[in-house]
Design a protein around this ligand. Sequence first.
Ligand code: HEM
Length: 159
Amino acid sequence: MNPLDWILLAIRWGHALGAVAWVGGGIFYLMVWRPVNRRAPAAAETSRIMGIEYRGLVNTAISVLLLTGVILSVARLTEDNITLAYVAVLVVKIALACYMFYIVRFLNPRSYPEDLPSGSGWLGKVRSSLTGTTSVLIIGLVVFGLADVLSALFETSLD
Ligand code: HEM
């Protein structure tokens, strides 16, 4: 391996850590912390503070994912063997990741998105189901899976 390969390996490691911190944190938040907190005294206040703290972690993860993601994309897209299928899946992955960034950074500027009570009418219901904590996690799990698809497509294109 040449020095550039080692640098790319470190960048891939940083990208994977950012993804694990956000998506893994989301699984813990929804499946462990929130049910426990609902039974605790002053649940609303702890939930508010937790949202602010978790948001700090997610903000760091977003910066790391964006920076390392752009470098990984440039590294992959400049390889000779890259296929149209790879580019298509990468575009979908980036679009979904950007939607996650948008929900956290612009729709919920102060805290981590809580699942909002369903809005009135079908439009309100669709809106709250597409922008809450659970939807961010589900999209994150899809993005995680697409990263595996990308890796498989790249390896197949080497054959
Ligand atoms: C929510 C945001 C994101 C998540 C959860 C995520 C997750 C992942 C994971 C788990 C990997 C595999 C890392 C490994 O090899 O161990 C990966 C690879 C990759 N990601 Fe992301 N990512 C996100 C955002 C982005 C963004 C914004 C970009 C581009 C601007 C990007 C571009 C890439 C590329 C090019 C790879 C390499 C795929 C390959 O193996 O060919 N990712 N991502």
